[in-house]
Design a protein around this ligand. Structure first.
Ligand SMILES: [Zn+2]
Length: 277
């Protein structure tokens, strides 16, 4: 088929002219910065992700909050075998404040509440693998309630890599309390632990993780440097130091498989913003 014959000579040349103009416009619009050199790459972001594990009990009660001693041993060995290095809350704080560096694959191992099995079951395993850990204690329960740690046990553990911090006096849910009661829970637990242990208590784990900006303000006034939640995720430079993320470890039908999955996928989940608000 001859296009020139079909649409007539004049129209044919008009069509060619229109196409040439369009082609020229596309060239200009499509490559506006062809002459400019490519922009330099931005400096690499500090993407250190700190894993903060959250345990409660280490025993064979077969409840979700209780990791069996054999499983706990397996998990601690897994951390060591995979190049994780345990750190203290102060090391994490200094890193976030820009004052210190962290080892490769940093992990902060934490326990909430202050159960006696942290001493009888977890502590020997932590010592075996030379791992540091942190226990957030409910000060009003210590040396009083059955099943909870004593101050003597805490003092002994502090000689061997365990850090003690506050989990309030009574474990009451803070958002439901009056300001005076919130202040009492935060100030009195700090004062009590400082008197018993002889060093500053500077971190709080909010009971059941619940907190809000108002509570954070009171914690700050009370002299805490940072706080931990149960918001699922890794801590990094964008974390709020008064609302640091943790990865809870539960007993499940496949406790250790789930543990490894959590280590492997948490940083991706955090990165995509699925767990932050
Ligand atoms: Zn608790």
């Amino acid at each position: 088929m001859d296009l020139k014959k079909l649409i007539g000579g004049r129209q044919f040349w008009s069509l060619i002219a229109v196409l040439l103009i369009l082609f020229g416009v596309l060239l200009i619009v499509g490559h506006p910065k062809e002459e400019a050199s490519p922009a330099p790459l931005p400096p690499p972001e500090d993407d250190v992700k700190v894993l903060v594990l959250n345990y409660h009990m280490v025993n064979s009660m077969f409840i979700s909050l209780a990791i069996e001693p054999g499983d706990f041993d397996w998990q601690m060995k897994y951390l060591v075998d995979h190049g994780y290095h345990s750190i203290s809350p102060d090391e994490l704080y200094d890193f976030l404040a820009g004052k210190g560096t962290l080892p490769d694959r940093p992990v902060l191992i934490t326990f909430d509440d202050g159960y006696e099995d942290n001493y009888t079951n977890a502590y020997p395993i932590l010592k075996k693998y030379n791992l540091k850990a942190t226990i957030f204690v409910v000060t009003g329960f210590l040396s009083k309630r059955k099943g909870y740690l004593t101050w003597d046990q805490l003092r002994e553990m502090e000689q061997n890599g365990i850090t003690i911090e506050s989990h309030t006096v009574t474990h009451a849910p803070l958002p439901e309390l009056s300001d005076d009661r919130i202040r009492e829970e935060l100030v009195e637990s700090k004062r009590q632990a400082e008197a018993e242990l002889g060093h500053p208590i500077e971190f709080i784990a909010y009971p059941t993780g619940v907190h809000d900006l108002h509570i954070v303000g009171i914690a700050q006034e009370a002299g805490y440097k940072g706080g931990f939640t149960v918001k699922y995720g890794n801590v990094d430079r964008s974390s709020n130091v008064y609302a640091m993320e943790r990865v809870p470890v539960f007993r499940t039908a496949a406790t250790n498989v789930d543990f490894v999955d959590r280590l492997r996928y948490t940083s991706n989940i955090t990165q995509f913003g699925w767990t932050r608000n």
